[in-house]
Design a binder for this molecule. Structure first.
Ligand SMILES: Nc1nc2c(ncn2[C@@H]2O[C@H](COP(=O)(O)OP(=O)(O)OP(=O)(O)O)[C@@H](O)[C@H]2O)c(=O)[nH]1
Ligand SMILES: [Mg+2]
Length: 231
């Protein structure tokens, strides 16, 4: 398989890589967004990712692990999206520390199931619970998660209704899309672009919160000092 896009294998990747934000000029805000794509075997994780990156559907994707990097320009922002596409077979055998590292690396998650495979749908609720427990324990912010029902083109083989997908997402406070990586680019774009946007909002909210918290902290320190001076 040859993909003529800037791809890199995860071999050279350091999971300790820290997300950062920087202002290159007053009008463009540069941000990083790390996205982890998870889901059961053969649900179309790679197909969805490659569709977003290349606009193409190439049919077979193998079972390699990839980190892809891609830039998005949106509303005065330049978002560098790093996408970690992990085959289910590897996710299953990895040690829990490796899984934990991946979850901590990610700023947002895409959880894919196939509308033709009920078991792939059933595994998502516990996955969301694990992610939320790991991420929201460290931060007050809601972790951006998108649930994606793929293979919408196979409607004659459908076993999970759109309503079930929507209800799961609603009950877990996630976004929801139903798409066909095989048939269209637009769905993949909506999934990745929407998630990148939400990651940026979450990071900016966190930054703002931290800013306000540090002002409150320094003001409290000043008042505490004044109180001790006057004793
Ligand atoms: N009909 C149809 N087939 C799809 C769609 N998306 C993926 N496929 C097919 O489903 C199979 C699995 O797709 P992959 O993208 O390799 O699935 P994956 O989730 O990455 O699988 P692993 O990496 O092994 O966990 C391939 O044969 C794809 O061509 C879709 O939207 N519609
Ligand atoms: Mg794959």
């Amino acid at each position: 398989m040859v993909l003529r896009i800037p791809l890199r294998r995860s071999a050279s990747f350091t999971p300790d890589h820290q997300p950062l934000m920087e202002m290159s000029n007053p009008t463009t805000l540069k941000m990083e967004a790390n996205v982890l794509v998870l889901g059961a075997d053969s649900v179309g994780k790679s197909a969805l990712t490659v569709r977003f990156l290349t606009r193409r559907f190439i049919g077979e994707y193998g079972d390699m692990e990839f980190i892809y990097s891609h830039s998005l320009a949106m509303e005065g922002r330049e978002i560098h999206v790093h996408i970690w596409d992990i085959p289910c077979s590897q996710d299953r055998v990895d040690e829990s520390s490796a899984k934990e590292k991946r979850v901590q690396w990610a700023d947002g998650f895409i959880l894919v199931y196939s509308i033709c495979d009920r078991a792939s749908f059933n595994v998502l609720r516990p996955k969301v619970q694990v992610i939320k427990a790991a991420k929201e324990a460290l931060s007050q912010e809601k972790v951006p998660i998108v649930i994606v029902g793929n293979k919408r083109d196979l409607h004659h083989r459908r076993v999970v209704s759109s309503e079930e997908g929507r209800l799961l997402a609603l009950s877990m406070d996630c976004e929801f899309y139903e798409v066909s990586a095989a048939e269209a680019y637009h769905g993949a774009l909506m999934v990745f672009q929407g998630l990148a946007e939400r990651i940026c909002e979450a990071k900016l909210a966190l930054k703002k919160g931290t800013g306000i918290r540090s002002i409150v902290k320094s003001m409290s320190a000043v008042f505490a000092r004044k109180r001790t001076d006057s004793l």
